[in-house]
Ligand binder design. Sequence first.
Ligand SMILES: [Zn+2]
Ligand SMILES: [Zn+2]
Length: 187
Amino acid sequence: MRSITKFELQYAHRFYKFQGEAQYLHGHTGVLTIEVEDAIEPGVNMVYPCNEIQKVAWNVLKNFDHALVLREDDPLLPAILDVYEKQGIRNGAPANKMKGEAFRTGLATAYPDCRLVVTKETMTVEGMIKIVYDLLKDKLNIAKITFTSGVNAAAQEYAPGKTIDRCPLCGVALIDGVCPKCGYRKH
Ligand SMILES: [Zn+2]
Ligand SMILES: [Zn+2]
């Protein structure tokens, strides 16, 4: 069975060197759907509580919300950092509170202080799915990711090979046999 969670992300990007309108900076509301697959944990009768999937995923996904996503070789990148620097907001601003946890993977680096994500590849809907899977594959048993943005949509299925031990009282993943939420211990 699957537990399915949706997220909305407001972001700006462009397809650098792409021959079309998308080479100009523009924005979207992207909708990301993550499907987590496992056996049902009988204690809670759930695969995984959706609000807990929200918490785990949003911690990193926040980096893409109200953010600018640029490819690492895009000349807009140094230009924008220069403006942020001169304006004094490159390293944060008092109103910039909804910050995600900084991350660096082979596909993307997040700079939450200036709401910027720098990607290795162009951030198409397909590119976003690769980035998200890479960020969350060790935390959640992901079976499918779907991302839609404007008229574009893509989806990828994965084969979750393992089963994660979850708390029979809260449904969250146990860490070394202990529930991080309620302290339950697996016998
Ligand atoms: Zn776009
Ligand atoms: Zn628990």
